[in-house]
Design a protein around this ligand. Structure first.
Ligand SMILES: [Zn+2]
Length: 270
């Protein structure tokens, strides 16, 4: 039996048996980490409120070599995000980020940059008064970069110019875009406003906590649609992401997107 220490963010908590909880952390030392907290559902549990979703906690846990299970021994709160925990709008954006970590981050593989990124998102969501959705989009773009799936939005993939123009076409399969002057070269593409590309560029550059500037509705819808298409095309397992699929489909259903097929764009796959 080995005893270990770690710090992590509580992503998800589920009942386990009659009296215990299964706690999923994103930890600094071990990446995604599942811990069984025995007795945590009992009224006088020693864990108190430490296992609430969003908390940053320090844990002491032990593993049994014969089984793939980790057991929580102690948990102490290091940081809370009360406005995120109490507000459904803030919590929804945090949970999008958590879902990415739960579904796409590798279990047992630490990634200090990703850990700082999710902390930055939570701190930003706890402080922000507006632009929450863009914080979530920025988090996703930074996650894509840290996973090697960064969309290349620095310049048009055909002419190489950085000026976008009024209209642009995201090339989903190539992970790039073409400007208003150039014909799309990708096989799967998605026509959008030029300023949507410019917003996406900005969201790639700023940390999530600084991305709390509301985008115009049409831009937000195009960003959600494009992010969902990019993610589901390039990242294995993205089809499990319920929250982003919902945002992407919602953007489509609201019908304010440019018609598929105009400007030589082919219909992007869903
Ligand atoms: Zn061009």
């Amino acid at each position: 039996m080995a005893i270990e220490k770690a710090e992590g963010i509580v992503l998800r908590v589920r009942p386990q048996g009659e009296t215990s909880k299964l706690v999923h952390l994103y930890s600094l030392q071990r990446g995604r980490l599942a811990l069984i907290a025995k007795g945590a559902r009992l009224p006088k549990s020693k864990f108190g409120g430490a296992l609430d979703v969003c908390n940053r906690i320090a844990v002491v846990f032990y593993t049994k070599e014969t089984r793939e299970l980790n057991y929580l021994r102690e948990a102490e709160i290091l940081e809370r995000f009360p406005r995120v925990q109490a507000d459904i709008g803030r919590l929804a954006v945090a949970e999008q980020g958590f879902e990415i970590l739960l579904q796409l981050a590798m279990a047992g593989e630490p990634n200090a940059r990703l850990y700082q990124l999710v902390l930055d998102l939570l701190r930003g969501l706890n402080e922000a008064e507006s632009g929450l959705r863009n914080m979530g989009r920025s988090f996703l773009l930074h996650f894509l970069e840290s996973s090697g799936f960064r969309p290349n939005l620095d310049r048009c993939s055909v002419c190489g110019r950085s000026a976008v123009g009024d209209r642009a076409t995201f090339e989903i399969d190539r992970g790039s875009y073409v400007c208003a002057e150039c014909p799309p070269a990708g096989k799967v593409s998605f026509p959008a406003l030029g300023r949507t590309v410019e917003w996406a560029r900005w969201l790639q550059r700023v940390p999530p906590s600084k991305a709390g500037v509301p985008a115009p509705q049409i831009v937000g819808q195009e960003l959600d649609r494009w992010l969902w298409l990019h993610l589901s095309y390039h990242v294995e397992g993205a089809d499990k992401l319920v929250t982003f699929r919902y945002a992407g489909r919602l953007a489509l259903r609201e019908g304010e997107l440019p018609e598929n097929g105009d400007r030589n764009g082919k219909e992007a796959r869903d």
